[in-house]
Write a protein that binds this ligand. Structure first.
Ligand SMILES: Nc1ncnc2c1ncn2[C@@H]1O[C@H](COP(=O)(O)OP(=O)(O)OP(=O)(O)O)[C@@H](O)[C@H]1O
Length: 236
């Protein structure tokens, strides 16, 4: 039986817009099983990034419940949330969010700094992750010496470094041409095959179809949750 790694119940979030409150999430509920690949889809402005930021513990809902590994994170204090984030969540952003002054290796090693690993352990792990994304030979370079597609692969290596098992991916191809976009999506499919749970926000229906399941948001609610035509291959 599959285990829920993430579960949200009746999430609500509103933002102040001038004099008015704009309800962005209006009672969103779903769960994600371990090892699933889920795409969150919906029109621009429907709240996809807001939802992903809440799932990634970068933002808090106004109400509702959020569980990671069956633990209620919406009730945790800031320190507990930070610990949960560094232990369980890897984030990949559209804009890569790499630190220009750090080498590629140091960017990937950064999430490990908060876990008490030695420098040698951090660098060895970072190199291992760079190997997984095919960029070990770029370890000593700086981000601006890489192409956009390579930078996104570095940011995926960084998300892998902490071995968190859950990867939240927000429009990873938004700043890439189609060739680099396809390479990044192929890498995500590979990581999923190796067991990573992936939650992807994308505008591109072609990429959304690579996911195991699509959760469609409209007007702040989940309007449908559809499985891909091809179910995931089951191990025999
Ligand atoms: N920090 C904020 N303050 C005020 N309004 C916000 C904030 N963040 C998001 N919003 C508003 O919430 C709504 C949803 O934004 P969000 O970025 O989650 O949508 P999205 O579905 O990811 O959009 P897109 O597909 O265009 O990236 C938008 O109307 C946006 O203006």
């Amino acid at each position: 039986m599959s285990t829920d790694v993430l579960k949200v119940k009746q999430l609500k979030k509103a933002f102040q817009s001038g004099q008015q409150q704009q309800a962005v999430l209006n009672g969103v509920s779903f769960s994600v099983h371990e090892g699933e690949y889920v795409a969150i889809c919906g029109p621009s402005g429907c709240g996809k990034s807001t939802l992903l930021n809440i799932l990634g513990l970068l933002d808090t809902p106004d109400s509702g419940e959020y569980y990671i590994d069956n633990l209620l994170v919406s009730d945790m204090n800031a320190e507990q949330r930070a610990q949960m984030r560094s232990r369980r969540i890897g984030f990949v952003f559209q804009a890569f969010n790499l630190i220009d002054e750090y080498t590629v290796l140091d960017n990937v090693a950064l999430p490990l700094k908060y876990r008490g690993d030695s420098i040698r352990q951090r660098q060895a792990r970072a190199l291992e992750c760079l190997e997984k994304v095919g960029l070990a030979d770029k370890a000593a370079l700086f981000p601006n010496q890489l192409s956009g597609g390579q930078q996104q692969r570095v940011s995926i290596a960084r998300a892998l470094a902490a071995d968190s098992g859950i990867m939240l991916v927000d429009e990873p191809t938004g700043n890439l041409d189609s060739k680099n976009g396809d390479a990044v999506m192929a890498l995500l499919a590979d990581l999923h095959q190796q067991g990573t749970t992936i939650i992807l926000v994308t505008h591109d229906p072609r990429y959304a179809n690579m996911a195991h399941r699509q959760i469609n948001l409209l007007d702040g609610q989940v309007v449908s949750s559809t499985s891909a035509v091809q179910p995931l291959e089951q191990e025999t």
